[in-house]
Design a protein around this ligand. Structure first.
Ligand SMILES: NC(=O)c1ccc[n+]([C@@H]2O[C@H](COP(=O)([O-])OP(=O)(O)OC[C@H]3O[C@@H](n4cnc5c(N)ncnc54)[C@H](OP(=O)(O)O)[C@@H]3O)[C@@H](O)[C@H]2O)c1
Length: 303
C-alpha cells in the first residue's frame, strides 16, 4: 500500500475514459484513472520481501490495478521499484509507463545494439524523450521527428538527427535504419517502412494491434483473428519491404523498472517534466496532454 505523492498523466488515461480501450481493457465502473505513481510505502502484506513501510517507490501498476489519481494505491510488489534517489516525487512519477515502454520496445523486443540506427518518432513526447536517452545509452545512432520549437530539446536528450516535420519529410531524409519506434498515426507508420533497411524492425505503440498482442493479452481465438485483420495491411506492406512489423502494448514490470532506476541514478536518463498540476486540477492536466503538445510529461502533485 503506497501513499501517493505524485502521479503522471498518459494519453492512455483519456483513451480509457473515452471508452477507446473497452475491448482490450474491460474495466468496470466506477474506475479511478492513473497509470503512474511515486510515493511512500505505508503497509506491506505478510509475504512481501522487497519493500517495507517508509520506502520511497515508483511504479506503473498492473493494468487490472490502475488508479493513481488518488491518495493511496495497493499494488503487487512485482510491479514496484525503489524510486531513483536523485529525483523528486514529481520527476519519478513521470517515468514508469513511458520508460518501461521504451525499455520493452528497444531492449526487450528490438534488441537494439551499439552502432545500430534507430528512428524514434515524436522525440519531444513522453515516450520519445525517454526512448531517445535509452537508445543513446545503448550506443545507437538516434534520429527523431519533432516540430521546430522542440529541436533544441530533442538534441539536448541526445538525438543525432532531428527532422523538423514542419520543414522536412522524414521519409525523404532518413535511410538505412535498423529499428523504428512509431507512436504516431497510420501515415507516419507506413512512411516509416521507407526508412528501414531490409531486415529492419518496425514497432508501433499506437496501433494497429496484431495477433501476437492479442495472445499476450490472453484473448481468445476470435479476438486474435480480429487483431490480425486490423494489422494485415501494414504487415503485408512490411513484408513487401523485407522488414517486420510488431505492435507493443507495455506491461507493468518492477524488475525492469529497477534497472531503469539504476540508469537514472547513473545519470544516463533524466526526467523531462513539462508541467505539474495540483491534484484538484487533474481534469485540466488530462486536457493539456490531449492537446498533443506536451514536452515530456505532465505530472499531478497529489501530496
Ligand atoms: N502501446 C503502449 O504500450 C503505449 C505506451 C505509451 C504510449 N503509447 C501511445 O503512444 C502515443 C504517444 O504517447 P506519449 O505519451 O509520448 O504522447 P505525448 O507525450 O502526449 O506526445 C506529445 C508529443 O508528440 C509530439 N508530436 C505530435 N505530433 C507529432 C508529429 N507529427 N511528429 C513528431 N512529433 C509529434 C509533440 O511534439 P510537437 O508539439 O513538436 O508536435 C509532443 O511533444 C500515444 O498514442 C499513447 O497512447 C502507447
Amino acid at each position: 500500500m503506497v501513499e501517493i505523492h505524485a502521479a503522471s498523466v498518459n494519453p492512455l488515461d483519456a483513451k480509457i475514459r473515452d471508452g477507446e480501450f473497452k475491448l482490450i481493457l474491460p474495466y468496470r465502473l466506477p474506475l479511478i484513472l492513473g497509470n503512474d505513481v511515486a510515493g511512500v510505502v505505508v503497509r506491506v502484506g505478510s509475504s512481501v520481501r522487497g519493500f517495507k513501510p517508509g520506502d520511497e517507490v515508483y511504479a506503473r501498476p498492473a493494468q487490472d490495478r490502475i488508479g493513481t489519481f488518488a491518495e493511496f494505491i495497493a499494488m503487487n510488489e512485482a510491479d514496484v521499484a525503489m524510486k531513483p534517489k536523485n529525483l523528486t516525487m514529481e520527476e519519478a512519477a513521470s517515468l514508469p509507463l513511458v520508460a518501461l515502454t521504451a525499455w520493452q520496445v528497444l531492449v526487450e523486443r528490438a534488441n537494439l545494439k551499439k552502432g545500430q540506427k534507430v528512428l524514434i518518432h515524436a522525440g519531444s513526447g513522453g515516450v520519445g524523450a525517454i526512448a531517445i536517452q535509452l537508445a543513446k545509452h545503448i550506443g545507437a545512432y538516434v534520429a527523431t521527428t519533432t516540430s521546430t520549437a522542440n529541436i533544441d530539446l530533442v538534441k539536448s536528450l541526445g538525438a543525432d538527427v532531428a527532422v523538423d516535420y514542419k520543414k522536412d519529410d522524414f521519409g525523404n531524409v532518413l535511410q538505412g535504419y535498423d529499428v523504428v519506434l512509431n507512436s504516431l498515426g497510420k501515415e507516419t507508420l507506413e512512411k516509416s517502412l521507407r526508412v528501414l533497411k531490409p531486415g529492419g524492425k518496425l514497432f508501433s505503440i499506437s496501433g494497429p494491434p496484431d495477433a501476437a498482442f492479442a495472445r499476450q493479452n490472453g484473448s481468445g481465438w476470435l479476438f486474435q483473428q480480429l487483431m490480425g485483420l486490423l494489422s494485415s495491411g501494414i504487415r503485408r506492406k512490411s513484408k513487401r519491404h523485407g522488414v517486420s512489423y510488431s505492435f507493443h502494448f507495455m506491461t507493468a514490470n518492477g524488475g525492469q523498472l529497477g534497472k531503469i532506476t539504476s540508469l537514472i541514478e547513473a545519470g544516463a536518463i533524466r526526467a523531462v517534466v513539462d508541467r505539474v498540476f495540483p491534484f484538484q486540477s487533474t481534469n485540466e492536466a488530462l486536457a493539456y496532454v490531449e492537446t498533443g503538445r506536451a514536452k515530456g510529461k505532465v505530472v499531478i502533485a497529489v501530496k
